[in-house]
Design a protein around this ligand. Structure first.
Ligand code: LLP
Length: 450
């Protein structure tokens, strides 16, 4: 038996096993492509966060950024592990409410919440709305007035930090669609406007400096800038900000060379920085909130595919095509993201071949892995791609009318379906054919508009 990450092992049959379930059997039972989540690993990551922050520093809260991976079952897991939830749309909020997630532990983000979404959030009595900009502040205040309610808000600040990550997922820098800029005075101005609003309770400030970040110093830097700002807000307005939300972004392992920091070290560094600054500035310690997404679910996810066509171009490349691709994992195409994997039914064989894993979409860019060492494969073999738990299912799509895969949680030898595989019927369930386009109608009828 060889132990890999989480509960993953190579069992005595030479098969990949996760959560005590043989993945070759899972592929046969549920079909492929298939998302598998290692429940024990998801819970372990939740606990590492909970213990690192709330367990050690009671003035802190961890909220899971549900955009990384959200299903009803996931809401139950997050709730049972004592974490709150970050949502960014009416749809994510609906999922949380449908799962019965405690509304007061829901935080609503987004740079363009619609009036309907704002109403929905207020009516659901969620914990906090994170206001992104002044337009939203006005709209929120007006809707609160109409509904005779008040909103507890945080304001999103752009602290001006450029985390070392892919440029598309940098969000802390000044030129960003998110938040009010700190350095040019817009943030302070926004806060003053919020304090004047009748229906708004300004509880906190928020920042998010990017995603897949490895350097803890970036977080320390963000914490320092934000604490300085909280102090400045107090000196300028006399208002004490109670909550400081430092966003998510903690990096994870995808491929060799990725060196994620330790969650406990992250928690200690952030909390000690804030506690030290509060002491120095004689400022009451705010409640600190963090919003991890990827680092809760990323490494817990594995996608199984069935290998189909194999095409060798001698001296050039060997393409091994699978039955999914950019529809279930758009990250390689979008961000040049890299993944590792193995052949689940030949996991103990020597990896003698170097191949490129292609998806089945009609796009040359639909490549999942450019260079992967695997044993010689035949059609029907099962490929497992690792660390697909975050931003895969949640970013999946139906390009080329491919049906979205099922999602299965595995634990202690049990495999539970949490999302059914889409059917062909699902693909057209929202389609409507207007009467005049129905088969058999002559063109003259169409042209006369009848
Ligand atoms: N909080 C806020 C306000 C965010 O915008 C995000 C991610 C998070 C928390 C969670 O960040 P995490 O811990 O998951 O890094 N689709 C991209 C990632 C986009 C992240 C967007 N915001 C990807 O696949 O890499």
């Amino acid at each position: 038996m060889v132990k890999l990450h989480g509960t993953m092992i190579i069992n005595e049959k030479g098969h990949l096993e996760i959560g005590g379930c043989d993945t070759v059997d899972l592929a046969a039972e549920f079909g492929t492509p298939l998302y598998i989540m290692d429940e024990e690993l998801v819970r372990e990551r939740c606990r590492q966060y909970y213990e690192g922050f709330t367990g050690t520093y009671p003035n802190s809260e961890v909220i899971y950024a549900s955009k990384a991976f959200l299903t009803l079952a996931m809401c139950h897991i997050v709730e049972s592990e004592g974490l709150g939830l970050d949502v960014v749309s009416g749809g994510e909020l609906y999922t949380a409410m449908k799962a019965g997630f405690p509304a007061d532990k829901v935080y609503f983000h987004g740079n363009n919440k619609t009036p309907d979404e704002i109403k929905y959030a207020l009516e659901s009595k969620i914990g906090r709305i994170i206001v992104d900009n002044l337009t939203e502040l006005e709209t929120l205040d007006r809707i609160c007035g109409e509904l005779h309610t008040k909103a507890d808000i945080m304001i999103r600040i752009t602290p001006g930090i450029e985390a070392h990550t892919h440029e598309y997922i940098q969000t802390g820098q000044i030129d960003s669609k998110f938040g009010l800029v700190l350095s040019n005075g817009q943030a302070l101005e926004g806060i003053k406007i919020a304090l004047e609003k009748e229906n708004i309770n300004l509880k906190g400030l928020h920042c998010h400096i990017g995603s897949q970040i490895f350097e803890l110093e970036s977080y320390q830097h963000a914490a320092e800038i934000m604490m300085d700002f909280l102090h400045k807000v107090y000196l300028e307005t006399g208002h004490r900000i109670e909550d400081l939300n430092l966003g998510g972004g903690f990096g994870i392992y995808y491929v060799s060379g990725d060196k994620p920091a330790n969650i406990k070290a992250y928690a200690t560094m952030v909390m000690e920085t804030i506690n030290r600054m509060c002491e120095e500035m004689d400022y009451p310690t705010p409640k600190v909130i963090v919003e991890p997404g990827r680092s809760i679910v990323g490494t817990a996810g594995t996608t199984l595919y069935t290998i189909g066509s194999v095409k060798d171009i001698p001296g050039v490349r060997k393409y091994v095509a699978v039955d999914g691709g950019m529809t279930d994992n758009p990250r390689p195409a979008l961000y040049q993201a890299r993944y590792e994997g193995l052949v689940a039914n030949k996991a103990d064989r020597p990896r003698t071949d170097e191949v490129s894993i292609a998806g089945k979409c009609c796009e040359s860019g639909d490549m999942l892995i450019w260079d992967l060492h695997i044993p010689e494969v035949q059609p029907g073999d099962i490929l497992a791609v690792f660390c697909t738990g975050a931003y895969n299912y949640s970013m999946s799509n139906n390009y080329n009318m491919l049906a979205r895969p099922a999602v299965v949680f595995v634990r202690d030898g049990r495999a539970d379906l949490v999302v059914r595989r889409e059917t062909y019927e699902d693909l057209v369930r929202n389609d409507v054919v207007p009467e005049r386009m129905k088969k058999g109608k002559p063109l003259s009828v169409v042209n006369s508009g009848q």
